[in-house]
Write a protein that binds this ligand. Sequence first.
Ligand code: FAM
Length: 470
Amino acid sequence: MVSALRASIKKTGSPFLRSAVSARLLSTASKQPTLKERLAELIPVAQEKVKAARHEHGKKSFGPVIVDQLYGGMRGLPALIGKARSWTRVSLHIIIVAFASDGFGDVEEGIRFRGKTIPEIQGQLPKAPGGSEPLPEGLFWLLVTGEIPTYEQVADLSKDWAARAAIPEFVEEVLDRCPPTLHPMSQFSLAVTALNHNSAFAKAYAEGVSKKEYWGPTFEDSMDLIAKLPNIAGRIYRNVYGRGKLPPIDAQKDYSHNLAALLGFGDNPAFVELMRLYITIHSDHEGGNTLPSYAAALNGLAGPLHGLANQEVLVWLTKMQAKIGEDASDEAVKEYVWSTLKGGQVVPGYGHAVLRKTDPRYVAQREFALKHLPNDKLFKLVGQIYNIVPGILLEAGKAKNPWPNVDAHSGALLTYYGLTEMQYYTVLFGVSRAFGVTAQLIWDRALGAPLERPKSYSTDAINKIFKGKN
Ligand code: FAM
């Protein structure tokens, strides 16, 4: 092990990497590596692999682009690399970092985290003593390294995040001054943007850090961001809904337990378990960037057809219950679904831009509900809708995917435990998504990923380019 570390130091030639690796040599020769130490070992290997892949394949064509893909939001267009995107087997992170180049999977399969399905990560990642859902700390480790951590490594991560959890006083003040009528997602984005004040990357950049060492301060920012989100999310929840003062972070408890406690649900072990599952399954999907860009991503997530759909699902279900009652017949539900479609609205929680089957994240939540709240009326309605909506969407004939997505279920679970403020739901989605975004960001910096700037064309330009061509 020690000789492997020495080889790694020799190979990197970077003082930052040298310090991370030699710190391990000095202090933890017999201990398991921390996440940062493991990264310092993995990054130079990944950099070499990328260099070799570009050398060998760099000039090869990746297939044609058709005009419909430009109009269709670049869906299916191979245009990016270097991210921990783990949707289906189209995991560019897997290809570039873990080198399990299993190519392009099919849209029937759903999310995989570094090649692992949700049931696989539920089985393999470490759990809290007495718990049965995976700890999101372990998922973060997996996203960053491609490896399953030990319980000790995950527990160290919990402690590290607890130690970093405090938010600057001025950020507390920014949140305390927000009117409670400002949407929780806007408050969330404001607070994250303000965190940039203490960014390790911004500081290192101002001091002229070498590009090769970007990943170190990016790692620190990522760890800080994740660690501080419970305090931000908890403060927003308590401010907006008048739930009193935040308790302190408990350094002996895991991340999800602390988040639950800050929201006021720490005494309910089932809710803590729900948070572990919730954060894990919502953690990754798309790309990300620096702290301000994560804030921009939160604003994107707050779109009603994207992350805000979990709020919209509950709004829709509540309106449905108000109109047709709590124990409505299938016929009444069908009529309500049709009236939604005929009113020109979408059925929230159904359909997906990529996936073409029931979202495995929906399935994981359904299984949680069957275990913890099988007789809940709202859960039963969610299940009843599951039996009805796909048939109607197929009959309506427009949606390419008639099956439920992750957002069709999460609100019903949160409501069961008393977190009923639907406008708040996407904040929890945003907390979870930080795990995936930051894992990708660290690798972006480690591999020196460029700015992404796909070219855009006007319709006039398209008409001109293709005039007279078949
Ligand atoms: N209800 C009614 N119509 C729907 C529909 C739904 N659930 N899903 C798709 N359609 C329509 C869609 O509006 C489009 O109609 P037009 O041709 O008139 O524009 C047509 O079917 C074809 O759409 P598509 O190709 O199947 O889907 P898109 O890739 O355009 O859109 C979604 C994907 C997710 C935006 C869409 O399915 C939708 O609006 N779903 C409801 C909102 C929702 O649940 N969003 C959350 C998605 C979640 F996974 C997330 O990202 N957080």
